[in-house]
Unconditional design. Structure first.
Length: 385
């Protein structure tokens, strides 16, 4: 089997990608306390860098170094310059000289780790990123590249923790989400391969493959795998529920109901099973039969709007309008964007003779319906074809 974790790491940070990233990465500048002539040289060198004139930038940084030979900022700048040019050995030397002057100088441990990573020295990269995280203000991308280094060492659990730390800092970090997805996918593929090697006809393999198919909306295939799993282990908990979900998604309601009833015997208070059985009963206009299931579902998860909505529909059908109103108001509060509870409320209020309340509920239904259509249109318009 191809080493998927290694591929993950190499794809994430090939040298060309590293160069691209560093060219546009904003390096924190620390010019406080420097003489004016040194500051001027550093600003001039930075201008050369921005125009991709790296030779002039190097020459200018070295001029600054002759004026301030013990300033870690200049060593840091030279290290980043060499790193940008993929000269990792030289950049490592300058970063280490900066750290010899100030062991927690801002961002130097991070850039040192990046150079080690670019030169495939993964253990040293891990050590440098770890040191960066111990500084007062670590580089904002440190957790992410720390994780990449950990992946390269095969430490996927530790890498996952660091990717999650990166997401805690920035929940919209698409790179971290992508890498997490690859890690989980690779873990699943490795587990499937190991199960196949142990026994290609095992209960565990059929159940796992069934779940993979279900997650990819391949419900016909998932049914076959779950049925094979059930044949291997008829009393296995959870398989009847999985079969019921697959049948439900294929709109095979009678078969789904049979499986959910079997699942209910495993756990009579399961929220999802009672909700689905209640839905089926409401769909057949068996409102009195739906009530026990929906009451259990509502008790299991009182804040879920769906059982309240269906209960309201049942009570409306049985003409228990006060109960219907209570449930529908709970459903509307639980999902303020759902227009359906307001439509039924308008009918309940009308049955109770409250025309003003009925009109208000109907108006809210129309407003939410229009808003939902506008959102759907906006999503369709902005989604790439």
């Amino acid at each position: 089997m191809i080493d998927c974790l290694w591929l993950t790491a190499r794809f994430a940070l090939s040298p060309n990608r590293l160069m691209f990233w560093l060219l546009f990465l904003g390096v924190a500048q620390n010019l406080a306390g420097l003489p004016a002539d040194v500051k001027s040289l550093l600003e001039q060198a930075r201008a050369y860098e921005k125009s991709s004139d790296y030779r002039s930038a190097e020459r200018t940084y070295r001029q600054a170094l002759t004026l301030a030979p013990t300033d870690p900022e200049i060593f840091k700048r030279l290290g980043v310059l060499y790193q940008t040019d993929l000269k990792f050995a030289e950049s490592i030397d300058f970063f280490r000289r900066a750290l010899s002057l100030s062991s927690q100088y801002p961002e130097v441990n991070f850039f040192l780790g990046a150079s080690y990573l670019g030169s495939n020295q993964f253990q040293k990269a891990v050590e440098s990123f770890h040191a960066e995280l111990a500084t007062p203000t670590p580089h904002p991308r440190c957790n992410y590249y720390y994780a990449i280094a950990l992946v390269s060492l095969g430490r996927s659990d530790d890498a996952t923790a660091q990717f999650n730390q990166s997401l805690a800092r920035n929940p919209k970090d698409a790179d971290a989400l992508y890498q997490l997805g690859r890690l989980h996918m690779n873990g699943s593929l490795e587990a499937i391969q190991k199960l196949t090697n142990l026994d290609p006809d095992s209960f565990q393999l059929h159940a796992l493959i069934g779940e993979v198919y279900a997650n990819n909306n391949r419900y016909e295939d998932s049914l076959k795998e779950y049925q094979a799993a059930l044949a291997k282990r008829p009393n296995a908990p959870g398989i009847h529920y999985a079969l019921g979900v697959a049948h439900r998604n294929l709109k095979q309601i009678d078969a789904a109901e049979k499986e959910f009833l079997a699942a209910l015997r495993e756990d009579p208070h399961d929220f999802r099973v009672n909700l689905y059985l209640g839905e089926f009963a409401v769909g057949r206009a068996n409102f009195s039969g739906a009530l026990p299931y929906l009451r259990l579902a509502s008790t299991a998860q009182p804040r879920s709007p769906r059982p309240h909505f269906l209960l309201g529909k049942c009570y409306q059908a049985t003409k228990e309008f006060d109960k219907a109103k209570t449930e529908l108001l709970l459903a509307a509060a639980g999902d303020p964007n759902d227009p359906q509870p307001h439509y039924l409320l308008s009918q309940v209020y009308r049955e109770q003779g409250d025309r003003d309340a009925s009109a208000r509920a109907l108006k809210e239904f129309q407003r939410l319906t229009l808003l939902g259509k506008e959102k759907s249109y906006d999503r369709a318009r902005t989604t790439p074809q």
